[in-house]
Each structure stands twice: as structure tokens, then as C-alpha cells.
Ligand binder design. Sequence first.
Ligand SMILES: [Zn+2]
Length: 162
Amino acid sequence: MQIHLLPNTAAAVRLTHAAGDILIIESEKVIGVAANWQPFAITVEAGQLHAFPPRPLPQEVLTEFGASVVRAFGQAMLRGWATQPSVDLAMAKVQQLTCACCGSYHKGRQWWNRDDGYGLCNDCIDDCVTDPMDFLEAGASYGVPGYHYDIDGSHFRAKAGA
Ligand SMILES: [Zn+2]
């Protein structure tokens, strides 16, 4: 899975990328995932990429491209670009999770690389997360900070002294 920076969505559609590659088009605020049929946008802005209607993402897309959608979602969050409601839904609801580190209950969102029902509480972040940006790596352990764990951002705000 590679990340490609492209000048516009026209080029993203024209060029061939491996299925699952992530396409970032800064000029149009579009992030897409290359697919066998046509690249699809996970951002609200789609340009010339395929845009999913605002309903749940097709299950076959999640099955085949789930890891790519997660990484593309992280890239959109980094840039503050709105993602499609169907993608937001696919990225899981806030729920009560058990901390994988200390066993306490907390609110978070399920990360694909954690056992179902497990997450990370705020008290354990410093012990468990060495690099909050590691969600960009395939196989990252805890997901996107401020989204999957530390969902109100209080932990990292406190660390930043804000
Ligand atoms: Zn904990």
C-alpha cells in the first residue's frame, strides 16, 4: 500500500495505481483509494473520483480495502478535511471499551487491529503509545489519537500544555 501525491483528481483517474494505494490530491482536498474499477474518494470532496452516496459503505469495499480506508481516513484527519458520512460510519461508533493495558472501562472507538471490545484508556496512553502518529503504519496498535482513543483530546491537550 503506497501513498501517492497527485496534482489533481483528473490525473488520479487517468494514472494506474495498485488497488488499495492511497491518493492524496492537496489542490482539491481529496483523498481517495485506488480500486480495480475506479479510485473512490473517502473525503466529502471527490473531484473526478468515484463518490459513494451517504449510506453505509458497501461491505465488499470494507472487506477488500478496510486497511486502506483507515489509513486514508487518518490522512484526512491530519489535514482537517471532512470525510464522507459513510466513511465516518465505517470508522466505528463511540462505545464502551475495555482498556487492553489495565482493564478499565472507557469510551473509545474500535480500531481494526485490536480485539473486539478493547481499546486504550487515557491513563495508559503514556505507557503504551510511543508514537501517536504510528496509526499511519500498517499494523499500528491503537488507532488514531483523538478518534479511537483519547476521544475528547484531553490527554494530548494536557501534554501540550494547552
Ligand atoms: Zn488503561
